[in-house]
Design a protein around this ligand. Structure first.
Ligand SMILES: NC(=O)c1ccc[n+]([C@@H]2O[C@H](COP(=O)([O-])OP(=O)(O)OC[C@H]3O[C@@H](n4cnc5c(N)ncnc54)[C@H](OP(=O)(O)O)[C@@H]3O)[C@@H](O)[C@H]2O)c1
Length: 248
């Protein structure tokens, strides 16, 4: 089944699934974490600002969702050992992992390449593409223990075609699409892990406001509008989908 326009996710779509959401404290990640929990998932909230993660945790508990877990981590400084430690912790806690929403990213400077600071380039690449690579690699053994696992990467229009002044952000999103395709191809035959990407399109968040300060936030869709697609891709209705790019 391909994503239907009128997709109606079952309320128990994600029951018994453990799903990791990066950048779960704000924007699209925050709404996705709460939505996954509302559909039965045990959500692991990863982010760099503990206070924001705690707020999402409280909101999930207040709404009666399965008790989530908080995993504070700054993806900029995380090293191989941190990801391996994370794998050990999640293995002890949950025994398996059914999905990762790779959502955390930073915009970086909106500057022509001629002026683009090298340290900013490296920072954006570290958070937006190196971290998802290391996180995925470390957690593959746990994903393999799931009946059906979903890897969902977050792309962007500028990752499909570069555009002036989008610098490392655009390059990082292009690399992420390619990583998704490589994983989908490698995992297709040997595992029950699928990998897809979603390009949210213009969505009302802090990042969007930073990229388009003159825009009226009220004129663009809220993160909630993306949730049917995110649920479809995280749940078992999308078992046939892998290696595909979806548009929100
Ligand atoms: N909004 C749009 O219009 C749009 C369009 C296309 C693609 N996207 C993509 O959609 C995804 C979500 O974007 P958004 O608009 O929701 O952005 P956002 O509101 O800025 O949220 C980004 C989240 O990532 C977290 N994060 C950033 N750096 C991190 C780090 N070093 N370690 C751990 N967490 C980190 C942030 O944590 P803090 O809250 O602690 O800062 C925040 O929770 C991103 O991948 C973005 O590229 C968004």
């Amino acid at each position: 089944m391909s994503f239907p326009d009128n997709y109606q996710p079952a309320t128990d779509l994600l029951n018994d699934k453990a799903i990791l959401v990066t950048g779960a404290g704000d924007g699209i990640g925050r709404v996705a974490a709460k939505t996954f929990a509302a559909h039965g998932a045990t959500v692991i909230l990863l982010g760099r600002t503990l206070g924001k993660l705690e707020k999402v945790y409280d909101e999930i508990e207040a709404a009666g969702g399965p008790q989530p877990a908080i995993y504070p981590m700054n993806l900029e400084g995380a090293a191989e050992k941190d990801y391996n430690d994370m794998c050990d912790t999640l293995e002890q806690e949950f025994g398996k992992l059914d999905g990762i929403l790779h959502n955390a990213s930073i915009l970086g400077p909106r500057t022509p390449i001629g002026n683009y600071p090298a340290d900013s380039w490296l920072q954006v690449m570290q958070i937006n593409v190196n971290a998802p690579f290391m996180l995925t690699r470390a957690l593959l053994p746990l994903l393999e223990r799931s009946n059906n696992a979903s890897l969902l990467f977050t792309g962007s229009s500028v990752g499909l075609e570069g555009r002036a002044h989008w610098g490392a952000y655009a390059a990082s999103k292009a690399a992420l699409e390619n990583l998704m395709q490589t994983l989908a191809d490698e995992l297709a035959d040997a595992t029950r892990i699928r990998a897809n990407s979603v390009n949210p399109g213009a969505t009302r968040t802090r990042m969007r406001a930073a990229a388009y300060p003159a825009e009226d936030p009220g004129s663009i869709k809220p993160p909630e509008a993306l949730m049917p697609l995110y649920l479809y891709l995280m749940g078992d209705d999308s078992l046939e989908e892998t290696g595909r790019q979806f548009k929100g």
